[in-house]
Design a protein around this ligand. Structure first.
Ligand code: AP5
Length: 204
């Protein structure tokens, strides 16, 4: 079990390029949340040059999900190592229903909310092809982007629907300018957590 000590747990989902990383970076600062990205943790493992990293890199370049035990272990360690904050924003997780259920049972935790960034494929392609010019990410090419999108629709959308049935999904249309998406997200999170009292000085 993992003791959240009253802190919030928010999962963040959305197709490739839907703005998870961009929005989480800002929300985390403003709401004093620890932002952990499953993709970043996996890329850090790849960068270590281990045999496991090589295996992960291949799956990621193909737009496939990596084995769930790997992601859950990386997240659990990162959460344990995190400093005190108002909670966790876990970006890019869970990407399949079994992964979510396994995490809930391994850590005896359930999310307080699931933030979902909804964005159509043509917008995602445009954003990621542009980012691919400089990102160096092995999966920012058209074939990988389309595969990641299909993986999201078939494997991750059922996660969104699962938590929607529990009334936990904060659904944001993210095919707008960054500022607009941020303002909508902030407003909808505040609606979802009416008791959330922001720290003095924070502009909510
Ligand atoms: P991950 O790293 O999570 O990548 P992803 O889901 O493909 O998403 P991205 O990081 O590409 O995009 P994002 O939504 O964060 O958007 P961003 O803000 O960067 O996962 C990579 C891979 O790892 C997976 O495919 C899988 O193989 C593996 N993996 C990860 N988690 C896993 C898990 N739980 N289980 C198993 N496998 C897992 O924005 C993208 C670009 O658009 C940027 O250039 C940004 O500047 C721009 N942009 C953002 N918002 C806007 C806007 N509103 N207007 C214009 N441009 C914008």
């Amino acid at each position: 079990a993992f003791d959240l000590g009253g802190r919030k747990l928010i999962f963040v989902l959305g197709g490739p390029g839907s703005g998870k990383g961009t929005q989480c970076a800002r929300i985390a600062v403003e709401l004093n949340l620890t932002h952990l990205s499953a993709g970043d943790l996996l890329r850090a493992e790849v960068a270590r040059g281990t045999p496991l990293g090589a295996e992960l890199n291949k799956l990621m370049a193909e737009g496939q999900l990596v084995p769930m035990a790997v992601t859950i272990d990386l997240l659990r360690s990162a959460m344990s190592a995190s400093p005190g904050s108002a909670g966790f924003l876990i970006d890019g997780f869970p990407r399949e229903l079994d992964q979510g259920l396994a995490f809930e049972s391994a850590l005896s935790l359930t999310p307080d909310a699931v933030l979902f960034f909804d964005c159509p494929l043509p917008v995602l392609e445009q954003r990621l092809l542009k980012r691919g010019e400089t990102s160096g990410r092995a999966d920012d090419n058209l074939a990988s982007i389309q595969k990641r999108f299909r993986t999201f629709e078939t494997q991750s959308m059922p996660v969104v629907m699962h938590y929607k049935a529990q009334g936990k999904v904060v659904w944001v249309s993210s095919a707008h300018a960054v500022e607009t998406v941020y303002a909508m997200t902030r407003g909808m999170l505040m609606q979802h957590f009416p008791q959330w009292v922001p720290e003095p000085g924070l502009k909510l």
